[in-house]
Design a protein around this ligand. Structure first.
Ligand SMILES: [Zn+2]
Length: 142
């Protein structure tokens, strides 16, 4: 049975908006929430120094500030997301090697010219296996 990753609608909309900003370098960020539910995405700077558009790097400081942000909100860092331009949203060898243990990976495929980027496919993976993605309205506690 495949696992499912769920997003609040706000978090998923934020994810798509951030991924559409892909311009020359991959977008990257952290997925924050609880269990398998992402309630916040936190874009991070891409410090990749390799071939343009061909990878991403988050610094230790970016990871630390993301972790601190999550803890302050009573949440945890569940994983990360990044973009692939004109390329299927499948984890590359480097993606697999660089993913911290237990983290989920969400990859968004970006297509179309720079002035109107489109997210054409989003896939999620956990422990190396594809997961279904669901988006749900946030429960408002009364
Ligand atoms: Zn990748």
């Amino acid at each position: 049975m495949n696992a499912t990753v769920s997003f609040t609608k706000n978090a998923y909309d934020d994810l798509l908006s951030d991924c559409r900003l892909h311009n020359r370098v991959e977008r990257v960020g952290l997925l924050i929430g609880q269990a398998s539910h992402v309630s916040v995405i936190l874009p991070r700077a891409n410090h990749w120094r390799g071939r343009m558009g061909d990878g991403f790097t988050m610094t230790r400081a970016d990871l630390k500030s993301g972790h601190d942000f999550a803890v302050a909100a009573g949440l945890v860092v569940l994983g990360r997301y990044h973009t692939h331009l004109h390329h299927p949203p499948l984890p590359s060898r480097l993606d697999r090697l660089s993913l911290p243990p237990g983290w989920m990976e969400v990859i968004a495929r970006i297509d179309a010219p720079p002035d109107r980027r489109n997210v054409t496919e989003v896939r999620a993976y956990r422990n190396g296996s594809p997961c279904a993605i669901t988006v749900r309205e946030e429960c408002i506690a009364s």
